[in-house]
Design a protein around this ligand. Structure first.
Ligand SMILES: C[S@@+](CC[C@H](N)C(=O)[O-])C[C@H]1O[C@@H](n2cnc3c(N)ncnc32)[C@H](O)[C@@H]1O
Length: 266
C-alpha cells in the first residue's frame, strides 16, 4: 500500500505518525474541544452508533467511545489503525474499545446503520476527482439511519485564498527532536489548499514530505455536493481562527481557517 504507486495521502500518513503527536494517537486539548462541539452540533444521544471516516490514530473515535457512543473507526492505512489500537489500550487496557476497520471511505466495508458519520481534519477532500468525493457522501448516506447526521471538517476556501501561512514548530511541539515548518498555500485554479511539510533534523537539507493537497470548497460548492448525495439542512459552521468555539457559530469567512459542514438525511 505504501509503494511508489500509492497516493500521496498514504505516504504522508506513514510519515506523519513519526512527527505529529495527533497522528501518533495523542489526545490533545483540540480533540477534546472538537468532541465537545460535536456532541452539541450533532445532537448526539448516549449509545448512538458513529462512523469516523479516515479516523487516523483515533483521537476522536477514542474520545467519543469513552463518552458512551458506539464507535467504528475506518482508515485506509494499516499503520495508523495500529496506532489507534495502541492509543485506546494505553488509556483503557481492559475495556473494549472502538471497532477499527481497514477500508476505503469511498466504499466502506461496514453496513451500519449509524446515527452519525464524521470525517475530521482533512480526511475528506484528499481526492483529485470530484466524483470520488461524491462517492464518499453517497456511501455515507447509504449507511445512515433515516434522519442520520453528517459532519465534514474542511478548509475554508475564503480564508485560505488570502492567508498564505508558514508555521514553525520547534523541537518538542510536533516532533520531539526536529524543527517542523509547514507552509500552507491556496491554489485558486484547483481550489485546493497545499500544505508542504519540511523536517529539519540538523543536516544541510530538510526532509520534504509529500505535499498535502486538500480540496477547499466554498460554502455554496460543498452545499451542492452534499445535497447531490441526498442530504438536506446543510449548515456551515465557523471556527475562531484555528480554535474551536464552545458553541456552534456561523461562518465568519475571513476568520475561520476551517469549517464544519453539517447535514442530515430526510
Ligand atoms: C489528516 S488525517 C486525519 C485523521 C483523523 N481524522 C484526525 O483528525 O486525527 C487523514 C486520514 O484519512 C485517511 N484516509 C485518506 N484517504 C482515505 C480513504 N480513501 N479511505 C479511508 N481513509 C483515508 C488517512 O490514512 C489519514 O489517516
Amino acid at each position: 500500500m505504501n509503494d511508489d504507486a500509492s497516493p500521496w495521502w498514504m505516504k504522508l500518513s506513514a510519515s506523519m505518525a513519526a512527527i505529529d503527536p495527533a497522528f501518533a494517537g495523542e489526545i490533545d486539548r483540540l480533540a477534546e474541544e472538537q468532541v465537545d462541539l460535536m456532541e452539541r452540533a450533532l445532537r448526539l444521544q448516549a449509545g448512538d452508533r458513529l462512523l469516523d471516516l479516515g479516523c487516523g490514530a483515533g483521537r476522536h473515535s477514542c474520545l467519543l467511545h469513552e463518552r458512551g457512543y458506539a464507535l467504528t473507526g475506518l482508515d485506509l492505512a494499516p499503520a495508523v489503525l495500529d496506532l489507534a489500537r495502541t492509543a485506546w489500550t494505553r488509556r483503557h487496557a481492559q475495556q473494549e474499545g472502538p471497532r477499527w476497520v481497514l477500508g476505503d471511505m469511498r466504499a466502506p466495508p461496514v453496513s451500519g446503520p449509524f446515527e452519525a458519520i464524521i470525517a475530521m481534519d482533512a480526511a475528506f477532500g484528499v481526492f483529485e476527482d470530484e466524483a470520488d468525493h461524491l462517492s464518499v457522501l453517497v456511501a455515507a448516506a447509504e449507511r445512515l439511519v433515516q434522519g442520520g447526521r453528517l459532519l465534514l471538517e474542511i478548509p475554508n476556501a475564503y480564508y485560505w485564498a488570502c492567508h498564505e501561512s508558514t508555521r514553525h514548530f520547534p523541537p518538542g511541539t510536533l516532533a520531539a527532536d526536529a524543527h517542523i515548518v509547514r507552509n500552507y498555500r491556496f491554489d485558486a485554479e484547483s481550489g485546493r489548499l497545499k500544505d508542504q511539510i519540511l523536517i529539519f533534523r540538523g543536516g544541510p537539507e530538510p526532509e520534504a514530505l509529500p505535499v498535502q493537497s486538500l480540496r477547499a470548497w466554498a460554502p455554496t460548492e460543498i452545499r451542492s455536493l452534499v445535497q447531490a448525495a441526498g442530504f438536506q439542512d446543510v449548515r456551515i459552521l465557523g471556527m475562531d481562527g484555528w480554535r474551536v468555539p464552545a458553541q456552534p457559530q456561523p461562518l465568519d469567512a475571513a476568520r475561520s481557517a476551517f469549517t464544519w459542514v453539517l447535514a442530515r438525511l430526510p
